[in-house]
Design a protein around this ligand. Structure first.
Ligand code: HEC
Ligand code: HEC
Ligand code: HEC
Ligand code: HEC
Ligand code: HEC
Ligand code: HEC
Ligand code: HEC
Ligand code: HEC
Ligand code: HEC
Ligand code: HEC
Length: 444
């Protein structure tokens, strides 16, 4: 046995038997020292890897403890994406032989942790051609698939294991036609106030400002009088508490009181995931940039990510939040190419007052798209604050983002072209994915 597996085995034995005493008790209570980690975790999770208890919820119980942890954080998102391979597909006894090779009812059959040597993008720990084990007969069913390599099923813009919403055959056929760019894009709809009014979160009276103010407070007040909060009668006391009990730095929970949905989104994505498990806020310095394509500006290395990072709490300017705030931290090639790209040019035209916000594309247009949620019987459009919700696999972006402006075919091709992702979509796609052609052929 290799030394590492011996170590893993020993640690696990200690923990599993509940004999670990000091060590075990610690692992299930608080953040650990890095040397306690048995192996680096995947790109999705390393930010919370020292909070062992986020996944190893209890020292007792078998694999179901881990399974519960996975589903407690991810079940909703898989359900929302109409998971193509839910557990329920594998309870059919006729599938027993398939499960003998890969027990697809268990998340950890495909997503182990602490094992960087075998971990691929999206935390997948099986070789790329694993679809073969269950779909080796696909070419018999579909002559179009004759001769295709099994390592291309999920890596070339055609299929995903969980989320196939943008790739359903019927959807491909229905959207086969269309100019690459629609001439009437979707408008930005924001009906926030109506909802907050319905929940009683918007004060009726004119805002109550602090009566005794020093210079800093006067300056905060000047900013605030230009904000949407001012227009909606949200004043100093709504965030800072009462005048006698003034909070100097109102915590994020104050924002959460009125903006629960944004808070939930923020804490389910990368930016807020540490806060969600009781750790300190994320900073760029915590990013494992050495083995990813991410990079950040030195100057903001230690800037913590909270609501106030993108929203100055007194100005709450969404324009600033949508591009400039992102670029104050992110400095990878994709981010840095944005302003010079055709989308970035549109954004600059909007900033210069030449076009309307509905015609512009920002970082947020793609990474924080608008979603409609129904709360208390009211349909409300808001901004998705989980920037990972449509990030990977990137076909997730097609329906809610690209297709409001582009054809399906153009969007599929553009997202499959790695060069276009790097240069932030400057130029036409050099790739062509044949899934639409194949679907049309089949229904002919
Ligand atoms: C994001 C979730 C997550 C976090 C956080 C996490 N682990 Fe794990 N851990 C896993 C998964 C998944 C496995 C794989 C189980 C398997 O392969 O059967 C695992 C396996 C293990 C094993 C057994 C190794 C084996 O292969 O059987 C040990 C020991 C362990 N983790 C310790 C820790 C410690 C200590 C921490 C905190 C420093 C930690 N883990 C944090 C998810 C996590
Ligand atoms: C405490 C909540 C939490 C737990 C527990 C958890 N995850 Fe995650 N997971 C996240 C967050 C947050 C991300 C990063 C954002 C994202 O990619 O959605 C993530 C990322 C991932 C990714 C990578 C997605 C990508 O784009 O790279 C996979 C796969 C994944 N989780 C599977 C699992 C599995 C399997 C388990 C159980 C062993 C598990 N998660 C446990 C919160 C959690
Ligand atoms: C453990 C077995 C198993 C593995 C591994 C597996 N599948 Fe499936 N897949 C199934 C089962 C079961 C169904 C249900 C339909 C059927 O009987 O074929 C299915 C259905 C599908 C469908 C059509 C259904 C739909 O609603 O979208 C697609 C497409 C698909 N799989 C693609 C893949 C791809 C791509 C991979 C590899 C990334 C993969 N599968 C890996 C078992 C598996
Ligand atoms: C048979 C293998 C397999 C099993 C079992 C599996 N996954 Fe995945 N998962 C994948 C593959 C492959 C990807 C990579 C993206 C793709 O091809 O769709 C992925 C991607 C993901 C992602 C990234 C986002 C997304 O929507 O694709 C998350 C999150 C995730 N898995 C969570 C889970 C959870 C939670 C479970 C258990 C309920 C689970 N997976 C079970 C193979 C599997
Ligand atoms: C939407 C919530 C909100 C409203 C309304 C608000 N503040 Fe603040 N204020 C904050 C937050 C959050 C901080 C802390 C920022 C930080 O942590 O750096 C803050 C910080 C301050 C500071 C510290 C200096 C600074 O600018 O960072 C002063 C002074 C201040 N507020 C005064 C006021 C006054 C006076 C009003 C009313 C005219 C007001 N605030 C309205 C949320 C608010
Ligand atoms: C007492 C309730 C309340 C609190 C507390 C509150 N907000 Fe708001 N917020 C509102 C209302 C009402 C609006 C609606 C303004 C509109 O669109 O007309 C709003 C709008 C916003 C907007 C959108 C501005 C725009 O131009 O559309 C942002 C961003 C925002 N709030 C952030 C925050 C942050 C960050 C905090 C915490 C520091 C916070 N809010 C605290 C009630 C609140
Ligand atoms: C990574 C940057 C970022 C962080 C962190 C962030 N926001 Fe936002 N937020 C944005 C952007 C960008 C927009 C507007 C996007 C647009 O107009 O296209 C926005 C819009 C909003 C809006 C108005 C639209 C809506 O959804 O109703 C509210 C309210 C809001 N944010 C509240 C919050 C709160 C509360 C937090 C903390 C829990 C927070 N934001 C954290 C970037 C951020
Ligand atoms: C205070 C600095 C900061 C600001 C401001 C910021 N980010 Fe981030 N962002 C980070 C850090 C740190 C990570 C986590 C990187 C990691 O470790 O995976 C991250 C992660 C991301 C990811 C996920 C990357 C991945 O591989 O999972 C996306 C997408 C993203 N940010 C987009 C944005 C957008 C869009 C904005 C503006 C609306 C923005 N960020 C604002 C620091 C920032
Ligand atoms: C037209 C849509 C679009 C726009 C505009 C856009 N992005 Fe992206 N972004 C993407 C896609 C697609 C990916 C790749 C997802 C994948 O395949 O992993 C991505 C990836 C990222 C990542 C992860 C990169 C990595 O190496 O893991 C970050 C961070 C990011 N974008 C930030 C930004 C910022 C900041 C801006 C604005 C300056 C921006 N993006 C503008 C679509 C967009
Ligand atoms: C709000 C509308 C809008 C959204 C959303 C949008 N785009 Fe665009 N896109 C445009 C417009 C308009 C242009 C053309 C700009 C020009 O010609 O100056 C464009 C240009 C492009 C180009 C460059 C074409 C060239 O000839 O250089 C690519 C590639 C592209 N978009 C891909 C995407 C992808 C992929 C997505 C989704 C992730 C997306 N776009 C989302 C409106 C949008």
């Amino acid at each position: 046995m290799k030394l590492k597996s011996v170590l893993i085995w020993c640690t696990w034995l200690l923990v599993a038997l509940g004999l670990a005493g000091y060590l075990g008790a610690q692992m299930f209570t608080e953040e650990q020292k890095p040397d306690f980690l048995i192996g680096e975790s995947s790109h999705g999770h390393y930010q919370i890897e020292l909070q062992c208890v986020a996944c190893h919820e209890s020292p007792f119980g078998g694999p179901e403890v881990l399974q519960n942890a996975c589903t407690s954080c991810h079940a909703e998102e898989l359900k929302a994406s109409h998971d193509s391979h839910p557990k329920s597909k594998f309870t059919d006894p006729r599938n027993a032989d398939r499960l003998a090779v890969i027990d697809a009812r268990q998340c950890i059959a495909c997503h182990v942790e602490h094992n960087p040597e075998i971990t691929h993008p999206m935390g997948v720990s099986l070789p790329e051609d694993f679809c073969f084990h269950c779909h080796q007969d696909i070419a018999e069913d579909r002559p179009s698939h004759q001769g295709m390599e099994f390592n291309t099923c999920a890596s070339s813009g055609c299929h995903n294991y969980h989320d196939n919403r943008a790739l359903y055959e019927e959807f491909l056929v229905d959207n086969a036609q269309g100019h690459w760019l629609h001439d009437d894009y979707q408008t930005i709809n924001r009906d926030l106030k109506a909802y907050l009014q319905a929940t009683g979160n918007v004060p009726e009276d004119k805002p109550q400002v602090k009566t005794q103010m020093n210079d800093a407070e006067l300056s905060a007040m000047t900013d605030w009088t230009h904000s949407k909060h001012y227009e909606s009668n949200i004043a100093c006391v709504n965030c800072h508490g009462s005048e006698d009990n003034w909070l100097d730095k109102p915590p994020m929970q104050q924002c959460q009181n009125c903006h629960q949905q944004e808070f939930d989104g923020f804490t389910s994505g990368k930016h807020g995931m540490r806060l969600a498990v009781g750790m300190t806020p994320m900073t760029p310095a915590m990013s494992r940039t050495s083995n990813s394509t991410l990079s950040f500006h030195e100057a903001n290395s230690n800037t913590p990510l909270t609501c106030n990072t993108c929203h100055n709490p007194h100005i709450v300017d969404v324009k600033q939040a949508a591009v400039n705030s992102c670029l104050s931290c992110h400095s990878d090639q994709h981010s840095e190419s944005f302003l010079d790209s055709p989308h970035g040019q549109l954004w600059q035209a909007y900033e210069n007052g030449q076009i309307a916000d509905t015609e512009a594309v920002s970082c947020a247009s793609c990474h924080m798209p608008r979603i409609t949620v129904n709360e208390m019987g009211i349909d409300r459009v808001l901004v998705q604050h989980n920037q990972n919700a449509v990030l990977r696999p990137n076909e997730k972006m097609i329906r809610p983002v690209c297709m409001s402006c582009h054809s399906l075919a153009f969007s599929i091709d553009a997202l499959a072209d790695k060069t276009l992702i790097k240069n932030n979509f400057t130029g036409k796609p050099a790739k062509h994915i044949e899934s639409i052609d194949m679907s049309l052929e089949r229904v002919k």
